[in-house]
Design a protein around this ligand. Sequence first.
Ligand code: 13P
Ligand code: SF4
Length: 306
Amino acid sequence: MKNSINHINELRKNKNAIILAHYYQIPEIQDIADYVGDSLGLAREAEKTDADIIVFAGVHFMAETAKILNPDKKVLIPDTQAGCSLADSCPPKEFEEFIKQYPDHMVITYVNATAEIKALSDIIVTSSNAKRIVEQLPLDQKIVFAPDKNLGTYINNISGRNMVLWDGSCHVHNQLELDHILKLKIDNPNIPLIAHPECQAPILEIAEFVGSTNALLNYTRNDSENKYIVATEGGILHQMKKHSPNKEFIIVPSDELCNCNDCEYMKMNTLDKILHVLQNEINEVTLHEELITKAYKPLKRMLEMS
Ligand code: 13P
Ligand code: SF4
């Protein structure tokens, strides 16, 4: 491992490259990244970097977002198979037909979507800024929200809106069960539950705090409790433990047999794959110019509104 890290460090310096990593990456990757963050933070970082190469340790839609915001840079992904079940739950052809039924609606799309879906949208949001952006629109503005029905339901519930929702979800968050959580709550009385808004409504309703990966991390850093039940992907625990070494974190398990909740796409990336793509400059994200132009507008609008 030390050899791979030394080699990665030498290459990123010589090639003016940066490594951006999402909080769900394995700890070894988070520890060598130039920046670790949530979707919004990563998009902002991708927009402002002056590196020539961005190695994006996350999933495909995130690397695409970096490319759309920075078309002149080389964006490399460690594993081309690192997709996202939520992005896949919204195929462009079906979505185009769907929004035709709502011609007077604005289309707001969660960033976990392909470039084609972004290009069909008016504004992109992330779990960090979705509420803030929706609240900036007039109350009578009709909205279609895609692709995550759980985040959409959550925003509807807290903002009193009635957005039309696309029926998509993330398999990692959607599988978390209220029964598991209630049992954890009984075994750990008075311990707060913190949850990502991709979880289902009954879980979000009983959570003491709901937020993006970054918001959950900040909550555990600034709050005075010393133990939390965490309903999101397990990768976030690395930063939580790093920032609050004396606190305890219980991840809501995906099933009764594990103490884990992993996104298999996020976990496809490894240090060796990062080294390999950096060395050979392969797995580059390429998008047609026209698609980049169309997808850029709603992304730029998000960055301006958040
Ligand atoms: P964040 O925007 O909170 O980082 O979430 C991204 C994601 O893929 C959650 O499953
Ligand atoms: Fe996509 Fe879910 Fe994995 Fe996030 S956790 S990248 S939404 S599949």
